[in-house]
Design a protein around this ligand. Structure first.
Ligand code: UD2
Ligand code: MN
Length: 384
């Protein structure tokens, strides 16, 4: 039998252990530890999977959509779609089968109409989203993006349109200027309430990552396989981002003078805060993307001036942007799966520059300034 004294001893020991556990839990990483403990005690669900375990295999992005083709056509007085779409299924399985053709993508999306437009057939969409894709010589990636994006957006019951902004000619690529073109041309066609600026090679892996705008500019591609499904740094704004027309106007759109790879995404991120807004993001669990593997394109070499330019965004953002974007549309085609806009965006020397010898600094190493945030440099290293 235990004496009263040893009872007290056990009680103190027990309290002491509790104190240590509480101290451990309350330190940094509290949430992680709590989740860890909860996971231990939670029973696996019917699929044998823990709810908190990262999902490795997702569902077919075309599941849930077949019944839509049997729905009735558009009618007056149709009710609004529910706030959360019943078609949303969560994680999506993404792979890149060889031999996929655009014709097959068309067949799988019978309700998409010319120009790559869609409206839910059985309810009135609450949101109108345009997808803007800067593009040149990436038809192979575009095909996969269309294959995944169309059903992804349909599952979200959006009224949407897909625009591919194709840079004409072989001069150095300019992603941000193409997005300025995309914004202006898309808004001419419809009263979109949200624009998603979307790299051609990023495939969303979870349809709870809804393609609608927030009160502030949204960075959607928060967790990419190429960065180990983590945000590379706090101000990162590359890959996929979403702005309302008002956000876009407030930040004077995007810069026009980042020719070649890099820097423009950070300039755009800086504009968000310079215009008095902040970046919102979905959760790491939902904002997941797979990037189709590729090397740096011909005609899109690293921009050696990017760090110097980035250091001056504060002075330049009001002078260079949507108010100074000069371009000429060469063609506009309403294709079955997207609207293709081919555009001449010119060169640093203007829209119709006289023929010139190659620039003096071509081939020189990049001018890395000491004020480059270490985190950006780390991102670039990862991208090599
Ligand atoms: C990163 C960013 C991207 C952008 C870029 C620097 C990610 C996932 N993305 O992409 O948002 O900031 O760095 O400029 O971190 N493109 C063409 N044809 C070309 C060149 C580019 O279509 O010849 C388009 C295409 O939509 C592509 C995008 O521009 O996805 C970005 O270019 P990238 O994929 O070569 O660059 P990446 O993956 O390093
Ligand atoms: Mn890429």
């Amino acid at each position: 039998m235990l004496s009263i004294q040893s009872k007290w001893r056990y009680l103190f020991m027990f309290l002491g252990i509790q104190l240590v556990v509480m101290a451990l839990l309350s330190r940094e990483g509290y949430q992680k530890r709590v989740t860890y403990f909860i996971r231990i005690f939670r029973k696996p669900d019917a699929t044998g999977r823990n709810h908190t375990t990262p999902v490795v295999v997702g569902g077919d992005v075309y599941a849930n959509l077949s019944q839509l083709s049997r729905a009735r056509g558009h009618e007056d007085g149709m009710a609004y779609c529910p706030r959360t779409s019943p078609l949303i299924g969560g994680p999506i399985h993404v792979s890149f089968p060889s031999g996929l053709t655009l014709r097959e993508v068309e067949k799988k999306n019978p309700l998409v109409v010319r120009g790559g437009r869609y409206r839910p057939p059985d309810c009135l969409a609450r949101h109108r989203t345009a997808i803007i894709i800067p593009h040149r010589h990436r038809e192979h990636h575009l095909k996969f993006l269309l294959y995944y994006l169309h059903p992804f957006l349909q599952r979200q019951q959006l009224h949407y349109g897909i625009y591919v902004i194709h840079q004409a000619g072989n001069y150095t690529f300019n992603r941000a200027k193409l997005m300025n073109v995309g914004f202006q041309e898309a808004m001419k066609e419809e009263d979109w309430d949200c624009l998603f600026f979307h790299d051609v090679d990023l495939i969303p892996e979870d349809d709870r990552n809804t393609y609608i705008c927030d009160g502030n500019p949204k960075h959607a591609a928060i967790a990419m396989d190429k960065f180990g499904y983590k945000l590379p740094y706090k101000m990162y704004f590359g890959g996929v981002s979403a702005l309302t027309p008002l956000h876009y106007l407030k930040m004077n759109g995007f810069p026009n003078n980042y020719w070649g790879w890099g820097g423009e995404d950070d300039d755009i991120g800086a504009r968000v805060s310079l215009a008095g807004m902040y970046i919102t993001r979905p959760s790491l669990k939902v904002g997941r993307y797979k990037m189709i593997k590729h090397v740096l394109d011909k005609g899109n070499d690293r921009n050696p001036k990017r760090f110097n330019m980035l250091a001056k965004t504060r002075q330049t953002w009001k002078l260079d942007g949507m108010n100074t974007a000069e371009f000429e549309i060469i063609s506009r085609q309403h294709l079955p799966l997207y609207t293709n806009i081919t555009v001449n965006i010119g060169t640093e020397a203007g829209l119709h520059p006289p023929p010139q010898p190659p620039p003096k600094d071509a081939g020189k190493p990049a001018n890395r300034q000491s004020n480059v945030p270490a985190e950006m440099a780390a991102k670039e290293k990862q991208q090599q």
